[in-house]
Design a protein around this ligand. Structure first.
Ligand SMILES: Cc1cc2nc3c(=O)[nH]c(=O)nc-3n(C[C@H](O)[C@H](O)[C@H](O)COP(=O)(O)OP(=O)(O)OC[C@H]3O[C@@H](n4cnc5c(N)ncnc54)[C@H](O)[C@@H]3O)c2cc1C
Length: 308
């Protein structure tokens, strides 16, 4: 353990720093410090929060020596496993992710600028629990399960839908960390996806609204929607699924009238706030625009795949 410090304005903030070699050591330290220790991965959220004085951990535990930085696809189980320390840049460029879960590659590519993506990790993006984070909506529609490690080798799995409790709050226990994220690729010809993000600028921008959408078309009649998943970010205290909107699509003909109704229902599902980035009213309007465009994009992709 070493003494460390960082500047908060002109004030020097002191803390201790440690870089364990095993998950067990990390969980034991988290337990001993009872909420006064924080895990650091890339630090792109954590250090910003420390500098702003939002958090003041006594101990920073780096998880960078745990080897949680691999991406695998298991052909037998049809599961893609992504180590929590895989950077957002690696997720966006990984041939495995691009082939099996391209929606996630697109969401990761939209995060910040290159430097931020090179440092920031997928585990950090999820565990930071920002309502505006870009990968959680994609992970929600992909049915992601988080692999979680706790004290004494305890391992459990949390459905990403049960993970977020509020801004910065998750269902992780104080002594737990996320070790991997697992997603099952949708291997259907008649399926398409979209990830759309609205920010003030085109790059280096936190979402005003984002949406991840997967549409599966009916093989008997590709004009009909068989299954739909729509998730939204930055419009509620946590990322959300727009279930009522999804239900409208199920078994329906995908014409303009239906898509407009779905976009309206998605806006009704959202509970945005007004902040310095945008007003609540603007966010609701933009949910309609993004969901409509996203559905159209997903349908086009499904048709394109089917015609190959
Ligand atoms: C300039 C800039 C632009 C940005 N733009 C975007 C953007 O466009 N979209 C976006 O979504 N985000 C953006 N971010 C936020 C940030 O880059 C991402 O959220 C990043 O993925 C966080 O990962 P990290 O490894 O840096 O997390 P850290 O900062 O290391 O950790 C974040 C939080 O998660 C916890 N944590 C990290 N890993 C684990 C784990 N495995 N288990 C348990 N807890 C863990 C930490 O204790 C901390 O509370 C931006 C940040 C900056 C500085």
């Amino acid at each position: 353990m070493v003494n460390s410090d960082l500047y908060r304005g002109d004030k020097v903030v002191k803390f201790q720093f440690v870089e364990p070699r095993t998950v067990d050591e990390v969980c034991t330290l988290l337990s001993e410090y009872e909420g006064k220790a924080k895990v650091i991965a890339g630090g792109t959220d954590l250090v910003v929060q420390m500098r702003a004085g939002k958090i003041d951990p006594a101990l920073i535990i780096s998880i960078n020596m745990l080897g949680l930085n691999k991406i695998n696809y298991n052909i037998d189980t049809n599961v893609v496993s992504i180590g929590s320390l895989v950077t957002n840049d690696e997720v966006s460029k990984s041939p495995i992710i691009k082939e099996y879960v391209p929606l996630l590659a697109e969401a990761s590519r939209s995060i910040g600028g290159r430097q931020t993506r090179n440092l920031g990790t997928i585990g950090g993006n999820v565990c930071n629990a920002s309502p505006a984070a870009d990968t959680p909506p994609a992970l929600m529609v992909l049915g992601c399960k988080l692999r979680v490690a706790g004290l004494r080798g305890n391992i459990r799995s949390i459905d990403v839908m049960d993970f977020f409790k509020g801004p910065g709050l998750t269902t992780l226990e104080k002594d737990e960390i996320v070790t991997a994220l697992e997603v099952t690729p949708i291997r259907k010809n008649l399926a398409g996806h979209a990830f759309l993000k609205l920010g003030i600028r085109k790059a280096m921008e936190i979402s005003i609204v984002n949406t991840a959408i997967i549409i599966e078309l009916d093989p008997q009649d590709p004009a009909i929607c068989q299954k739909a998943r729509i998730a939204l970010g930055a419009v509620a205290p946590t990322p959300i699924r727009a279930i009522q909107a999804e239900n409208i699509l199920m078994g329906q003909k995908l014409d303009d009238n239906c898509i407009n109704q779905v976009a309206e229902a998605a806006a009704q599902c959202s509970k945005p706030i007004t902040d310095f980035r945008a007003s609540a009213e603007y966010r609701k309007e933009m949910v309609k625009v993004l969901v409509k465009r996203g559905i159209q994009q997903a349908i086009q992709e499904a048709y394109k795949k089917a015609s190959k």
